[in-house]
Design a protein around this ligand. Structure first.
Ligand code: COA
Ligand code: AMP
Length: 638
């Protein structure tokens, strides 16, 4: 494995010394309608805005320019769905045709620049056609992950106020068909905002009933539009205009609407695909995530297409569709050079195939690097993957808010030595510090909060959708002059960053970001619950799973098992199956400080089997004895 420090150090220092020059140079990877005369203006927005005078269109950069440049016959998307058995190779030219027509149809339906379009679709090509059609019109999409329940969908509809909703009739989980339309109808029913129209893509596995006057059949409407020659050109937008809103979990039940701008987004993705992931135009890059997450937005859809690479769209799971060899079958079949997935997926594969028999059965000679993100990559899993594949296994750390990696190992610029447990070093543009509670930088090796000095680099969120106050309060007020990542960690003497866990109520379940606060709201709404606390407990497969401790109201003692079962169903119905909430545990009392604060941190340590000490401020020390006993009865710690 060759390693080099020079390429990275030069790039990082260049971005630090002269960000104007560095990012204007990076911006040359993009076709601008009107190019930026300057990279950054600190007087605009909340902490400044990137490429404030530039005009552009993302769809042009993702499709039109590649077709014009001779990539029309190259595959843009390789769709592979082991859950349906369907495979499709879609070229750049075909993709452009489909997007032009859908965008034309959406324009006829009244969608124009700045309007929001909500997309509630599984991993099928039409979802990408929908996202790019929005980009073509300058409309702002908001994609919602299929594993959320109606109430979560409703919260997003209400906040984004979409004019149009693009949806599919169903998604396919290995064990069931998830009918989307009833969830969508229920969500629209709950939401105070109603969309003007819904375009529904009917999948053969479950047909949706259409509501007269509001819903239209996607395929029929597109056929009709195409027969009339309807199509749309790219609409010029300001680089600072929003490209999309993506909702993510905060500390309360109300999700945060992360905004991505248009120009900075494209520049950051183009820079990172080449220099971090080392992908060249024409190569096949596969991100095994979901378009409902930021990883999917950035590296299934936008980065590979903006760069003229080929992306794999995989509708399946790492195991069980049909087996733990699916990933390697895809890598061989489509000549994947780099795979990006979550550590959970590797843990699931390793559990079924510890000796890598499936890996050996496939030709992975083109496979150059494996990238991991979404949760902490545990050193044991990374070491297993290195042994099994014999290629660099690269952890990188980022968030929905940042849109691309805060820290990574720049494979494209030249790989740095890998340290297990570390996502390596800050990417150019990120000035990362570890701060103590008072906001002072701590010495190397000492834990604190990881904070990014403002301004954030291109591609990061400029604010939250229609909520500047929440943006400032959530991210900028803790440490003035910094963005707080709400991740705790340290930087070692070599400058390597270690990310150890969240400092807030957010937990990470199988690479999915979830709010314990939002689960507590659901538990507290049950009539038998007096009070509750949700914590994330260690799980060998999913990293963490939620556990809800509830104190039941007097009189419910005889119904403990029934209520616990209802609470599990309640969270699934209100938040969705993705919450993976299976542990509701009734206790007599919650551990609290004398001032009434629930001691979640100590509960977590007990559940995880970590060392703990009795907090000095505890109100009643005997409470932990009961917690220890009830956890043991549930097999915890693991
Ligand atoms: N639509 C509807 N339901 C969904 C869904 C979707 N898009 N995605 C997940 N779910 C459901 C699952 O069916 C499951 O339901 P169940 O309780 O009825 O079994 C539940 O949500 C929990 O899903 P998940 O946490 O994914 O667990 P799993 O047991 O189905 O699968 C893994 C385990 C490891 C295979 C899976 O978690 C995985 O692939 N993880 C990788 C995650 C990832 O790529 N994250 C992106 C971050 S970059
Ligand atoms: P999301 O916004 O869904 O991408 O989740 C972001 C959060 O996931 C981060 O704040 C971290 O807590 C966690 N995370 C993502 N990638 C990593 C990583 N490589 N190492 C440690 N934690 C990570």
């Amino acid at each position: 494995m060759s390693t080099t420090v020079g390429g990275y150090r030069e790039a990082y220092e260049a971005a630090r010394r002269d960000p104007e020059r560095f990012w204007l140079d990076a911006a040359r990877a993009i076709d601008w309608i009107s190019p930026p005369s300057r990279a950054f203006d600190g007087s605009l927005g909340i902490y400044g805005r990137w490429f404030p005078d530039a005009v552009c269109n993302t769809c042009h950069n993702a499709l039109d320019r590649h077709v014009a440049g001779g990539r029309g016959d190259q595959a843009a998307i390789l769709y592979d769905s082991p859950v349906t058995g369907e495979k499709r190779r879609i070229t750049y030219a075909e993709m452009l045709d489909e997007v032009r027509v859908l965008a034309g149809l959406m324009a006829e339906m009244g969608v124009s620049k700045g309007d929001r379009v909500l997309i509630y679709m599984p991993m099928i090509p039409q979802a990408l056609v929908g996202m790019l059609a929005c980009a073509r019109l300058g409309a702002v999409h908001s994609v919602v992950f299929g594993g959320f329940a109606a109430r979560e969908l409703a919260a997003r509809i209400e906040d984004a106020e979409p004019k149009l909703i693009l949806a599919a009739s169903c998604g396919l989980e290995p064990n069931r068909i998830v009918a989307y339309k009833p969830l969508l109808d229920e969500a629209i029913g709950i939401s105070a905002h109603k969309p003007e129209a819904c375009l529904i893509f009917q999948r053969p596995q479950a047909a949706a009933s259409l509501q007269e006057g509001r819903d239209r059949d996607w395929a029929a409407a597109v056929r009709d539009a195409a027969s009339r020659g309807v199509c749309a050109d790219c609409v010029p937008v300001q680089a600072t205009d929003p490209a999309y809103i993506l909702y993510t979990s905060g500390t309360t039940g109300r999700p945060k609407g992360v905004i991505r701008d248009t120009g900075g987004h494209m520049v950051a993705l183009a820079w990172s695909l080449a220099n971090l992931y080392g992908i060249r135009p024409g190569e096949v890059f596969w991100t095994a995530s979901d378009i409902g997450w930021v990883v999917g937005h950035s590296y299934i859809v936008y980065a590979p297409l903006i760069c003229g690479a080929t992306t794999v769209l995989f509708e399946g799971k790492p195991v069980g569709t049909p087996d733990a060899g699916t990933f390697w079958r895809i890598c061989e079949e489509y000549r994947v050079v780099t795979l990006f997935t979550a550590p959970t997926a590797l843990r699931a594969i390793r559990k079924e195939d510890p000796e890598g028999a499936f890996v050996k059965a496939h030709d992975l000679s083109r496979f150059r690097a494996l990238f991991l993100a979404g949760e902490r990559a545990d050193p044991d899993t990374v070491a297993w993957a290195e042994r099994t594949f014999g290629i660099p296994v690269i952890d990188h750390w980022w968030q929905t808010e940042t849109g691309w990696a805060i820290c990574g190992n720049p494979f494209g610029l030249g790989l740095l030595p890998i340290k297990h447990g570390s996502p390596t070093v800050p990417m150019p543009g990120y000035i990362l510090e570890v701060l103590d509670e008072g906001g002072k930088p701590v010495p190397a090796g000492q834990m604190g909060t990881l904070a990014i000095k403002l301004p954030l680099p291109p591609g990061n969120l400029p604010t939250l959708w229609r909520d500047d106050a929440r943006f400032k309060e959530s991210y900028l007020s803790t440490f003035p002059g910094y963005y707080t990542t709400s991740d705790a960690g340290f930087i070692d003497a070599d400058g390597y960053v270690f990310v150890m866990g969240r400092t807030d109520d957010v937990i990470n379940v199988a690479g999915h970001r979830l709010s314990t606060g939002s689960m507590e709201e659901v538990l507290a709404s049950h009539p038998a619950v007096a009070e509750c606390a949700v914590i994330g407990v260690k799980d060998a497969l999913k990293g963490e799973v939620p556990a809800g401790f509830v104190v039941l109201k007097a009189g419910s003692e005889s119904e403990v098992a029934k209520v616990e079962g209802e609470l599990v169903r309640h969270v699934r119905d209100k938040i969705g199956p993705v919450a993976a909430f299976k542990l509701a545990i009734a206790v007599g009392k919650l551990p609290k400080t004398r001032s009434g604060k629930i001691l979640r941190g100590t509960m977590k340590k007990i559940a995880d089997g970590d060392d703990w000490t009795m907090p000095a401020t505890i109100e009643d020390p005997t409470v932990f004895e009961e917690i220890t006993v009830v956890l043991k009865a549930r097999g915890l710690p693991e």
